[in-house]
Design a protein around this ligand. Structure first.
Ligand code: G16
Ligand code: MG
Length: 213
């Protein structure tokens, strides 16, 4: 039986994925190449550093920048991203999110958040949902990015729940892989094309809530 539920942030609870995409696209254009929505799937759930590496490879510029320049490029992208993030409000919480979390809690299930984002605390403050979680693991607390299972195992540990008794809600292929490697039940939130490794796929948490009622 399930004793813990772990949520991804970007793309599951709030659609910051579109802001990440806009900011990365702007960076690619600044560097002189195109970056499509399809390219962007590869960046979902992946750390900022890894995302830049993937982006540079897409533009054929993987050998062009020093470590210091790469840090600078990541800062530029993050500042563009933050321009969107500071404008977030409670209205940006995706439909079905609170209902899903509260339903789980009513059943005595502990609820955690596992996000690769280093901006997570700012986002949670803007959305005013920090207190909903019994445990939070963000990008500042892990050393290996998804698809490594580290982040989910750490979250289960904080929740004091056996990883095998955890269910994960994820929108990224890398996150589904990480959840499966952690021995958890993986719910893909999005489309079956990109999330075929998940145990089940729902189009959104709102759809999940509808199906449960
Ligand atoms: C999120 C996004 C990724 C992003 C990563 C790092 O992870 O899905 O696309 O690259 O965070 O974000 P930041 O640049 O804010 O540190 P998740 O795990 O919440 O989907
Ligand atoms: Mg995500």
């Amino acid at each position: 039986s399930i004793e813990g539920a772990i949520f991804d942030l970007d793309g599951v609870i709030v659609d910051t994925a579109k802001y990440h995409y806009s900011a990365w696209k702007k960076l690619a254009n600044m560097l002189g190449f195109e970056f499509t929505e399809k390219d962007n799937e590869k960046l979902k759930g992946v750390s900022r550093k890894e995302s830049l590496e993937i982006l540079l490879k897409i533009g054929g510029k993987e050998n062009e920048f020093s470590r210091a320049q790469r840090e600078e490029l990541m800062d530029i992208k993050n500042n563009w991203y933050l321009e969107y993030i500071v404008k977030l409000t409670e209205d940006d919480i995706l439909p079905g999110t609170k209902e899903t979390i509260l339903t789980l809690k009513e059943q005595g299930i502990k609820v955690g958040l596992a996000t690769a984002s280093k901006n997570a605390m700012l986002i949670l403050e803007r959305l005013k949902i920090k207190d909903l979680f019994d445990a939070i693991v963000d990008g500042t607390q892990i050393s290996r990015a998804k698809p490594d299972p580290e982040i989910f195992l750490k979250c289960a540990q904080k929740l004091e729940v056996d990883p095998k008794k955890c269910i994960v809600f994820e929108d990224a292929a890398a996150g589904i892989k990480a959840a499966k490697l952690a021995g958890m039940f993986a719910v893909g939130v999005g489309s079956l094309d990109t999330l075929s490794e998940a145990d089940i796929v729902v189009s959104s948490l709102a759809q999940l809530v509808k199906e449960l009622n």
